[in-house]
Write a protein that binds this ligand. Sequence first.
Ligand code: ZN
Length: 269
Amino acid sequence: MEKLIITIAPTGNVPTKEKTPHVPVTPKEIAESVYESYMEGAAIAHIHARDEQGKPTYRRDIFKEIVERIREKCDIIIQISTGARAGKTAEERGEALDLGAEMASLTTGSSNFPTQVNSNSPDLIEYLCKRMLEFRVIPEVEVFDAAMIPNAIALAKKGLIPTPMHFNLVLGVPGSLPATPRNLFYLYESLPEDCTWQVSAIGPLHVELSMMAMALGGNIRTGIEDNIYYDKGVLATNPKLVERIVRVARAAGREIATPEEARRILNLR
Ligand code: ZN
């Protein structure tokens, strides 16, 4: 088995300072939290931006500051979110793709979030694919529902997504696929053979489903974007979430990939 790639998702669009003081929202806080997570073993940072009010935004200047601050601290792989929550138009959602980040998220279909549509029309998906190709940004295909896997395979056949593809199986978003072992195994069996993949397990089965992904040869995303709690009633911090995954992986004999090793495994070069 390849070494385990851990992605830290420190912020997301949903967690607020009212819900947890540990969520980083300013560029400085995000870069610090990413660096602390990198020191624990994270190889990829999945980045969302917030405006001065703490609201989700695609503002290029804010993404730019986050990317620069992270770059000053470490060589972690930076992955920019193009998700549906923060922006409306395709142009807005793809605005930060020219900042030199090596990866970006790409959702290949629509589903529901708790209070809004996770809206990704075929036109919008193709626009983001082309913009990623233009700036040599490697997509991470975000799978919130089973149909998003065949949709990604069809986009790869059209030359819009480079292969082998990298997938993130997102389980436990209310409105999308629940976080259960059966759903994880079903998505895993639906993946193309030559891909790399990880699980983002949201909710109380975070560790168990992460262990299952590990056993299946997959990788793991963790962070406050996915889970504001470390344990029942105990708020999480980003480095603590990474440290726990590292501990579990080492106990199972799986070594942790550095950013350089992750670049090789994911064909980022
Ligand atoms: Zn995200």
